[in-house]
Design a protein around this ligand. Structure first.
Ligand SMILES: C[S@@+](CC[C@H](N)C(=O)[O-])C[C@H]1O[C@@H](n2cnc3c(N)ncnc32)[C@H](O)[C@@H]1O
Length: 274
């Protein structure tokens, strides 16, 4: 197991997984009912992802498997990894219900090479609330680099560190930087009720630890792993309502209602292993 506050985070994700599975936001029933249904995240990513048919892919921090199944539906041969046992259980059930053949494993991100082996994948897919749970982005980059076979690529879309560093919405509407933008050795500790899907569930595990990773720190981690960056795009949208009261729905994502051009909400980073 992890030695970096991971147990606290794992307890939170273990409790969240079945709640997320039951929530309409993750739409598990729609996956079962419609074999062409894709997650909103993968639908957004599709133009940048391009043709993934036949690629051996791994979805790191795959949560309950909705994006993993979606990539499988686009023709990739998928594996998934997450450290939450209940999340992996939901993901395996979703694969079973939808007839998808996906190798879901329960493991810490930093153990992914031990779990799958080195240079096994054409595509590493990850993001949307994944990197913030990892204390060391350089070490993450090293894992990604080792998982990819030569010629394989990383596809990362993640919440932007500028978005993560903002204080909660204020009555005066000002955007205020509150938490670290750059990676820090110590985590930011949160104690929050609720989660990012709609639910009445009263959570017992409300404490979490997270880490910011500045955009250049993420790019540097990928470069240090020997990959060549092929795309870096900043978006003014994000897949969840990250600033309640200030964001509106926009093309299946969420965007600031007022002057969305002020700051980036998410980014796509693609890189290739030579
Ligand atoms: C916000 S979810 C990822 C979201 C995903 N994009 C989705 O919506 O399906 C974050 C996931 O990271 C997993 N996670 C957090 N820390 C991890 C670690 N150290 N190793 C592996 N998985 C981890 C959690 O269990 C959780 O399922």
């Amino acid at each position: 197991m992890t030695d970096y506050y991971g147990a606290v985070n794992q307890a939170m994700w273990d409790e969240r997984a079945p709640v997320h599975a039951a929530s309409p936001d993750y739409a598990l029933d729609r996956f079962a009912a419609d074999p062409a249904f894709l997650s909103d995240v993968v639908r957004f990513d599709r133009p940048r992802l391009g043709d993934v048919r036949g690629l051996r892919g791994v979805h790191l921090q795959c949560h309950i498997g909705t994006d993993t199944v979606s990539l499988g539906r686009l023709g990739a041969v998928m594996s998934g990894l997450d450290f939450s046992g209940p999340a992996v259980e939901v993901a395996r059930n979703l694969a079973k219900r939808t007839g998808a053949d996906i190798d879901f494993r329960q493991a810490d991100l930093y153990d992914a090479v031990e779990v799958f082996g080195a240079e096994r994948f054409d595509l590493v897919f990850t993001g949307i609330g994944a990197l913030c749970w990892l204390p060391d982005i350089a070490r993450w980059g090293h894992v990604v680099g080792r998982l990819l076979r030569p010629g394989g690529r990383l596809f990362l879309r993640e919440g932007h560190p500028v978005l993560w560093s903002l204080a909660d919405p204020r009555p005066d509407g000002l955007l205020v930087i509150e938490t670290p933008y750059f990676e820090q050795p110590e985590p930011t500790v949160w104690d929050e009720e609720g989660t990012y899907v709609s639910t009445e569930h009263q959570f017992a595990n409300t404490v979490s630890h997270d880490w910011s990773h500045g955009l250049a720190e993420v790019v540097s981690a990928v470069l240090a792993a020997g990959l060549i960056v092929t795309e870096l795009t900043e978006h003014d949208t994000v897949p969840w309502n990250a600033r309640p009261g200030e964001m509106v729905e926009h093309d299946g994502e969420w965007r600031m209602r007022d002057r969305p051009e002020r700051f980036p909400c998410s980014y796509t980073l693609q890189a290739r292993k030579p």
